[in-house]
Structures are given as C-alpha cells and as structure tokens.
Design a protein around this ligand. Structure first.
Ligand SMILES: O=P(O)(O)OC[C@H]1O[C@H](OP(=O)(O)OP(=O)(O)O)[C@H](O)[C@@H]1O
Ligand SMILES: O=c1cc[nH]c(=O)[nH]1
Ligand SMILES: [Mg+2]
Length: 219
C-alpha cells in the first residue's frame, strides 16, 4: 500500500486539521463538519492527479478545444456516520460520481471499554465491478471499520482500483491496512498520522469522537 500524508507539505489543509483537533474550536459543529468537508475537497483534488486521463475534444461556440479529463468511473463510498461530511467534500469535487454507503459502528464488548468490536448493519451500493472506488472515512484507528467496510463493498463487485482516504490515521491503523493491501496498487491518503491509540482505541492526540463532534452524542 502506498501512503500519502498530505500534511507533510505546508498548505491550508493543515489549518483545517488544526481546527478539527482544537478543543476550543471543535465544538462548533457546523465548522467541524465543514472543515471535514473542505479536507475532502482538497483530498479529492489531490487524488484526481492519480486517475487515468485521455484527451477529448470540446466544442465551444467558436471552435474546438482539447481537454485532458479523467476516464475513471468513480464510486465514492463511505461509512456512516462520521464519514458523511468527508463524503460530501469528495462529491462536491467528483460531482459525476456514483455513491455507496455502509454503516459500521464501533462498540465496546466489555464494561471497561477496552475491547472494541465493529458492527455492520446496512449497505447500499451500485455494482462496483470495474469501478474506481474511493473509500473515505475521517478516522482510521484500529483499521477494523475500514477493513470491514471494504469487505462489505466487495459483495457488490470487484473494483478496478481502490483509493482510501482518511483525515487522521493512527500508525496502528496504517499498519493494519498495509497488511491487508501488501501491493502498491492501493493508496491511502491522509491528512495526519498520529502515533498511538489509547486504552479505549481512540487516536492520540487525534481529535476525539468524529461522529459525535459532527452530529452530537449517541446513546
Ligand atoms: O479504525 P476503527 O477503530 O474501526 O475506528 C474508526 C471508525 O470510528 C469512527 O466511527 P464510529 O464507530 O465512531 O461511528 P460513528 O461514525 O457513528 O461515530 C470512524 O468514522 C471510523 O468508521
Ligand atoms: O479517535 C477516534 C477513533 C475512532 N473514531 C473516532 O471518531 N475517533
Ligand atoms: Mg464515533
């Protein structure tokens, strides 16, 4: 798996990630969601450079222009709930894309909240055969949700290409995905890679619970 960490270069992206993390800013839910969406827009633009292009003719009112545009048949896939604003950002840019959704939520199996299991309940997707699948989820902690989402989407066909995107990945999550995708045909794009998970499997320093910050606490 190839890893592209966009925060290694200086750009406006880093400001949006800093605001997501900042305890004094992140409680503004509208800004939190919009920052994730803006990161999705930037990532989509960066990712677009890795697609397959061909030159086309465009008829203008005054003549014919040429344009090199991509030929990928894109499906943007995400994981409920925290994935929704990132999905919107990608869809703002890849506005011709089809879309796929899966629900996956982490729950604790023990009273001490140390053992996390991931549960999948819902999937809606077009045929993924021969498509370019962009699998986007803002947080990659243990990597279990991303792996289960990928396996759930595989029941809908075999994509030609897979690109994954997250805002904050943990080193453990990156390692987990690299073991799942040992070749270099799959790329993981992220805006930060953080060092550790805490005992409840939250990314540290991370930002907290992305789903709760975007949409409010759940029971
Ligand atoms: O790598 P993992 O350890 O699986 O954790 C990552 C998952 O955690 C978050 O979802 P969460 O389960 O909190 O659900 P939510 O979107 O409803 O908050 C996030 O959106 C990922 O899907
Ligand atoms: O740190 C984390 C880990 C999983 N999900 C989140 O929202 N945050
Ligand atoms: Mg959550």
């Amino acid at each position: 798996m190839k890893i592209i960490n966009l925060s290694e270069g200086n750009s406006l992206l880093n400001q949006y990630v800093a605001e997501l993390r900042d305890i004094h800013v992140q409680n503004d839910r509208m800004r939190f969601r919009r920052n994730i969406e803006r990161i999705g827009e930037i990532m989509a633009y960066e990712m677009s450079k890795a697609l397959t292009y061909s030159v086309k003719q465009v008829q203008t009112p005054l003549g014919t222009a040429t344009a090199s545009t991509h030929d990928d048949k894109i499906v943007i896939a995400t994981v409920f709930r925290a994935g929704l604003p990132l999905h919107t950002g990608f869809l703002n840019m890849f506005d011709h894309a089809d879309n796929a959704f899966v629900s996956a939520f982490r729950f604790y199996k023990d009273d001490e909240h140390r053992i996390v299991d991931v549960h999948i309940e819902y999937i809606a997707a077009p045929s993924l055969n021969d498509r370019t699948l962009l699998l986007v989820d803002p947080m990659l902690a243990t990597g279990e949700s991303m792996e289960l989402a990928w396996k759930a989407f595989l029941t809908k066909g075999k994509p030609a290409k897979l690109q994954m995107a997250c805002v904050i990945a943990s080193q453990q999550g990156v390692k987990h995905m690299a073991e799942l995708f040992p070749g270099d045909d799959v790329t993981l794009w992220c805006a930060a890679i953080d060092p550790v998970l805490d005992e409840h499997k939250y990314i540290v320093p991370g930002l907290g619970d992305a789903g709760d910050l975007a949409f409010g606490e759940k029971l």
